[in-house]
Design a binder for this molecule. Sequence first.
Ligand SMILES: O=C(O)CCC(=O)C(=O)O
Ligand SMILES: [Fe+2]
Length: 243
Amino acid sequence: MSTVDDTHGRYTGQQLELNYQVLYNSGLVDAPEHFDRCGYLPLDGLVPEATLKLLRAEIDDLMPEARRKDFVMECMGGTPRHMTTLGGQIISEHAPGVSALYNDTRLRDALGSLVGRPMVPADDPVERHVLNILHRAGDTHGFHTDDYPVALVMFVESPRCPDGCGRLEFCPAAGDRPIGGGAPHGSMTKSHRAGDAYLLRSDKLQHRVQPIHDGCLRTVLNFAYGFEGETVAPTPSASLLYS
Ligand SMILES: O=C(O)CCC(=O)C(=O)O
Ligand SMILES: [Fe+2]
């Protein structure tokens, strides 16, 4: 059960719930096959309103710890980063409910069933669970691939801008064979609302968040997972973004 302190509306460290039915009834006939082929699975409405409320209170409290990042990431093809971040270690220290959700085997097992392979927690405590906040005009998380193979991205805030800013864009990484061996696709864009989530084959698909407009806010919580029995080759990107 989740608890909000009525006086301050603050998160008091209880369990963060998800709409698990979204994972059990994703609406996709063969989710693993779809994930293998496309590398993207939408999970609309995974995060219920009560959990969004707790996360927003938690993020407000954590903002003094957040880092502003405005730079070009050389190790990812010189792509821009204009965003505010909170890395895994700060989240573990100050937001134990988020770490508990990350370590929840019910969640990890359900996600493993969707992608068709058992998943394990990321061994890098910085990259494991991160918060990315885009809140200034032009803020963007430029094209990159992640170190870990699967990302669960949950939307705490998403722009309601009629021009559709802050969309996810993804395409196969240069020189990479299409995942699943199917026909390669060009760039695809996806919009999400607060409470939505998606799964991405984030080490194989180059992805970015398109720039947001003035007055818009986009906040995501990203959980990174590995595949059981596989190791990852870390890049400097996580330490550049989150420390
Ligand atoms: O914000 C998103 O939708 C993507 C986040 C992401 O790519 C990352 O944190 O590595
Ligand atoms: Fe990413």
